[in-house]
Design a binder for this molecule. Structure first.
Ligand SMILES: O=C(O)CCC(=O)c1ccccc1C(=O)O
Ligand SMILES: [Mg+2]
Length: 326
């Protein structure tokens, strides 16, 4: 049964958190936190998303707050460091915050930057990690097929674990996957899973080697597990730049997957300038323990969004709720 809107709004708090570095064009992360019978949960679709897309994120928040978690098969999850599209001189400072992570995901193909910028950033990450560490890159669909081939060829010398969403469409992913097979660089799909009408199309079309799954956009832990079960491909659980409350949802999803061959993109609390929990979900020795968190009352108070932003978020939440209650 769906939680009532009154139940949700009763505990809902809107917080606004500055990022340490610009990430996917944003400098402040706004989220709604509320408490269900299972504990605190997070609703944080990106502000530009329409209500229909955001409604899946509300489904996820309700699932995590109101439904029992699935059986957990591990009590900690290995995670990767996430490196925003910063200049090479900042790479070591950013990576120092991800203690013990043996894998780094490097953001590439940032608007306004060049392939030379990407090469310099990936080179700096490789120098930081040494020969043993793993490097994956994420282009967020920013290249066409030719650009992707050229870029992957230029970056392959740094030894790439995989390339995430090099191009925007499933058809382009299929093409680039054929073109780079000889280099031994696998292709992972992210936006083609979480923003697609059919999240399994990319797998059926054999357009990716790996699927990235995110709990909030896929409608929650249980829906994401159902998709995972049908995918037939290796999976990586990743975050949507959430507070520790949303990261906890991702950790519970990762902990419930039968196989977890890759480090997960759940160490992103470090990209925020502060967290809502006094005991944040950040990596220790490259892994994060699976647990729920309770936001600190003082932080909720001190970092409350402005009255205008709060009204905007609660109205959005209510519209999404009506879509789900349909
Ligand atoms: O996977 C990671 O390392 C961190 C999460 C991440 O990159 C991300 C965070 C918010 C929105 C989009 C993305 C993405 O993977 O494209
Ligand atoms: Mg991605």
């Amino acid at each position: 049964m769906l939680a009532t809107l009154t139940d949700i709004l009763h505990t809902a708090r809107v917080v606004s958190i500055p990022l340490r570095q610009r990430f996917r064009g944003i400098e402040t992360r706004e989220v709604v936190l509320f408490e269900g019978p299972q504990g605190w949960t997070e609703f944080s679709p990106f502000v530009e998303y329409g209500d229909e897309e955001a409604a899946a994120w509300l489904s996820a928040a309700l699932d995590f707050g109101w439904n029992a978690a699935p059986p957990l098969l591990r009590d900690s999850v290995r995670v990767n460091a996430t490196l925003p599209a910063v200049v090479p001189s900042l790479v070591a400072d950013v990576l120092d915050r991800f203690a013990g992570c043996r894998t780094v995901k490097v953001k590439v193909a940032e608007i306004g930057q060049t392939l030379e910028d990407d090469v310099a950033r990936v080179a700096a990450a490789r120098e930081y990690l040494g020969a043993e560490g793993r490097i994956r890159i994420d282009a967020n669909g920013g290249w066409n097929v030719d650009e992707a081939e050229h870029a992957i060829h230029a970056l392959a010398e740094y030894d790439l674990e995989y390339v995430e969403q090099p191009c925007a469409t499933v058809d382009e992913l299929w093409q680039i996957r054929q073109r780079v097979k000889y280099m031994g660089v696998p292709v992972a799909a992210d936006e083609s899973v979480r923003k697609a009408a059919d999240p399994l199309l990319v797998a059926r079309q054999e357009a990716a080697d790996i699927l990235v799954i995110k709990a909030q956009p896929l409608g929650g832990i249980h829906d994401a597990l159902a998709i995972a079960g049908e995918a037939g491909l290796p999976l990586v659980v990743s975050s949507a730049l959430e507070t520790s409350v949303g990261i906890s949802m991702g950790l519970h999803l990762a902990a419930a997957l039968p196989e977890l061959p890759y480090d997960c993109g759940l160490a992103t609390v470090n990209l925020l300038s502060l967290d809502v929990a006094t005991d944040p979900l950040v990596p220790v020795d490259g892994a994060i323990g699976v647990r729920r968190v309770v936001p600190d009352a003082g932080v909720l108070e001190d970092h409350a969004a402005s009255p205008e932003r709060e009204a905007w978020w609660l109205a959005r939440l209510e519209r999404c709720y009506r879509l789900l209650a349909g």
